[in-house]
Design a protein around this ligand. Structure first.
Ligand code: SAH
Length: 220
């Protein structure tokens, strides 16, 4: 194969298939999530210099001290959020590079995503537009506040950790809806909160590592 044909564009579909196989061995079973991750080119969400590592099972830097979540954590959170059924309106907090947003766009009718760092949001917007994902709305804002106007949401997912359950977000969760987030300050655990007609039930799952949620917005 000559250099012209060995570029990331040629290999990415194959690499993506390998990523999906790895996700299966790691315990991801939701075929809809696996199909969504097979469809989204993860390498376009990272700097070109990191593109060859985009499908490895690692978090990679995306500037401003933030990271793109590993494929496994994106799959795991998407699977927990979906819990086997199609999602209507979803809220994501922490768009970052926009990769999880793109995956969610395949799983839900409408996706709203809030990011506090302006320049990250600008880049995410360009990538999502390239992929023609028209059911996504990106907002520059403080995710602790959620989005009151399009609320309630059938699913809410946080890509940054909070020490305590963010109550303003819980109020934006529809009955029948689910919120998935990393909870804790020192040690963090995946937390799933379900909103049913009786109230809220919380389930704590495995230990995880995320950057912390930071209040307020950053322009620039
Ligand atoms: N899913 C993203 C994760 C990026 S890391 C990806 O894979 O790229 C977490 C993101 O949460 C960062 O971009 C960070 O800026 C953002 N974040 C942290 N606190 C926030 C807040 N209060 N509101 C909105 N976004 C926040």
């Amino acid at each position: 194969m000559n250099a012209h044909h060995s570029g990331i564009g040629m290999t990415s579909q194959r690499t993506r298939v390998r990523m999906i196989e790895r996700l299966r061995t790691q315990g991801i079973v939701d075929e809809v999530v696996l199909a969504a991750m097979n469809a989204i080119p993860r390498h376009i969400f990272v700097e070109e210099i990191l593109a060859s590592r985009a499908y490895d099972d690692v978090a990679l830097p995306i500037n401003f001290g933030q990271t793109i979540s590993s494929p496994f954590i994106v799959a795991r959170m998407s699977e927990l959020l979906r819990a086997g059924s199609t999602l209507g309106r979803v809220l994501e907090i922490g768009s970052g590079c926009g990769y999880q947003t793109a995956v969610l766009a395949q799983l839900a009718r409408e996706v709203y995503s809030v990011e506090r760092i302006g320049p990250l949001l600008t880049r995410a917007r360009i990538r999502l537009r390239q992929l023609r994902l028209n059911n996504v709305r990106l907002k520059h804002g403080d995710g602790f506040l959620g989005l009151s106007e399009p609320a309630p949401f059938d699913g809410i997912v946080l890509s940054a950790a909070t020490a305590h359950t963010p109550h303003q977000l819980l109020e934006q969760l529809a009955v029948g809806g689910r919120m998935v987030f990393p909870k804790g300050s020192g040690e963090q655990f995946l937390c799933v909160i379900e909103h049913n007609s009786q109230g809220y039930t919380e389930t704590m799952l495995e230990e995880v590592r995320f950057v912390p949620m930071v209040p307020g917005i950053l322009k620039g």
